[in-house]
Design a binder for this molecule. Structure first.
Ligand SMILES: [Zn+2]
Length: 486
């Protein structure tokens, strides 16, 4: 009788639906069986008293990505996914970021090559489209979707990235035709540009004015607009990184009206506020990200959004830049807020911080933590072998000491950012080991995976987020003499 490769025995297993005591048997990188009294494995691991959760799925992180300003972010696939594994995240969905004029297929091939070289976590890509030319949508996109790239991202703001309303409708229509999810950075560009110019003209350039430069109402406006477009074209849309109470309200209203919207927030919007940017000098630059950190009332609203089940997942939006001339200080030692790269590291600490904030502090249930950080993103983005502990799933398993308290140290972590925005915070719940496809990749505080051992996860067969079938009347072929406008 063939033995299991490995049996993790007697742990507390948490999934998105239940928490129970069980043995987990691993065979050929997958979970072969789950239950009590399983037959012995070639290797037996005693995990009594430990908590076992599915490997985290981080569906929004920027890795080895070139910004429109020409600045490369601080992480390679190797450093970012090493940090991801150390923090219990075994699957990531970073971006293949097109800039205007580039071929999307070449961009994707380029990111593939970088990931193949360095990735230690398993990965897929969202394709950023900044330049939805007709030939790109007609000729490049279909083949890329067939190759498993089933999600797009567009920006409604940023000078060199934003997609205006008309081309945005083209992207949504193309996504609908090919069965892609469209993820959106939803903020009103005009409002940000107007505020930014006035602040700079008047000399208000300290880091904290970054917050002022992204008006709260601009998020709500853009969410209402993308919701209107999503309903008009009957195309599912994921609203990335919701940060304000008003934005969440706009999102909730559209969802209540039946628009196929999905919503995400990020660790930093649940745990940090704009007060961080008020530190003296350029220090606040560490906390500059977009959308910016907001106020206590927004943090409270987002937690309420999680409690009510309005928000679907919590990502890191990991976007690392060092506090030196390679990153945040590329434009000089004392830059204005408008000259500082936007983004913070967060891929490593997402799980520990959220476990502490959600579970240890009793704000949400353990099953909610698992759903928001692993199961829901895996389902939304069609990663069927990820995000759950069940027979047949990849054996991506995080082993926790749920009671261990520790302090997040100052100084660098596994990524290349050189700092963490969460230094000095005390958290409960410590990751002891991480298995990726059955292989022990984190143990004794070390990451043992080989660069390039992460696998690409093609997402073929479309996404679970299908159109609802309710087009705007103007697009109904019955009203147009049978002609389809899509
Ligand atoms: Zn982002």
């Amino acid at each position: 009788m063939s033995q299991f490769d490995r049996v993790l025995r007697g742990g507390t297993v948490a999934t998105a639906t239940s928490v129970f005591t069980a043995d987990i048997a691993i065979q050929d990188g997958r979970i072969a069986a789950l239950g009590t009294g399983l037959p012995p494995g070639r290797e037996e691991v005693d995990v009594r008293g430990r908590l076992l959760t599915p490997g985290g799925v981080d569906p929004h992180c920027h890795i080895e990505q070139l910004a429109a300003t020409g600045l490369m972010n601080a992480d390679t696939f190797e450093s970012a996914t090493r940090a991801a594994l150390a923090g219990g995240t075994t699957t990531v969905i970073p971006f293949a970021a097109q800039h205007r004029g580039m071929s999307l297929a070449e961009v994707v091939a380029d990111y593939h090559a970088r990931a193949r070289r360095g990735a230690m976590a398993d990965y897929a890509f969202h394709m950023i489209i900044t330049d939805p030319r007709p030939e790109l949508l007609a000729e490049e996109l279909p083949g890329l979707v067939r190759a498993g790239h089933a999600s797009l991202k567009v920006f409604m703001t940023y000078e060199r990235l934003r997609v205006e309303d008309e081309p945005l409708l083209e992207v949504l229509a193309a996504a609908r035709a090919h069965g892609c999810m469209v993820c959106v950075h939803a903020e009103n560009h005009g409002m940000i540009a107007w505020m930014k110019r006035r602040l700079v003209e008047r000399g208000h350039t300290a880091p904290r004015f970054h917050v002022t430069s992204h008006p709260r109402a601009g998020e709500a406006e853009a969410i209402r607009r993308i919701a209107t477009f999503a309903a008009f074209l009957d195309q599912p849309v994921m609203v990335f990184h919701i940060s304000t109470r008003e934005g969440l309200e706009a999102f909730a209203r559209a969802r209540a009206e039946g628009v196929k919207l999905f919503g995400e927030t990020c660790t930093q919007y649940l745990l940090l506020t704009a007060r961080e940017l008020e530190r003296p000098g350029v220090e606040g630059a560490r906390w500059i990200c977009s959308p910016p950190l907001r106020e206590d009332e927004d943090v409270a609203a987002l937690w309420r959004g999680l409690e009510l089940g309005l928000l679907d997942c919590v990502s890191s939006d990991h976007a690392p830049y060092r506090m030196d001339e390679s990153g945040k200080l590329a434009r000089g030692p004392n830059p204005g807020f408008h000259e500082i790269a936007n983004g913070m590291p967060g891929i490593e600490l997402r799980l520990p911080l959220l476990f502490d904030a959600m579970v240890a502090r009793g704000r949400l249930e353990l099953v909610d933590f698992v759903r928001l950080t692993a199961t829901a993103p895996a389902r939304l983005y069609n990663l069927p072998a990820k995000g759950d502990l069940a027979p047949g799933m990849d054996a991506d398993i995080v082993v926790w000491d749920p009671e261990a308290e520790w302090e997040i140290p100052e100084g660098p972590r596994w990524d290349n950012a050189g700092y963490t925005p969460y230094a000095g915070r005390r958290v409960r719940g410590r990751i002891l080991q991480v298995y990726r496809r059955g292989e022990l990749v984190v143990a004794d505080g070390k990451v043992r995976a080989q660069p390039g051992s992460g696998r690409f996860l093609p997402r073929t067969g479309g996404l679970p987020a299908r159109p609802t079938g309710r087009l705007a009347p103007e697009l109904d072929p019955a009203r147009n003499g049978g002609a389809s406008l899509l």
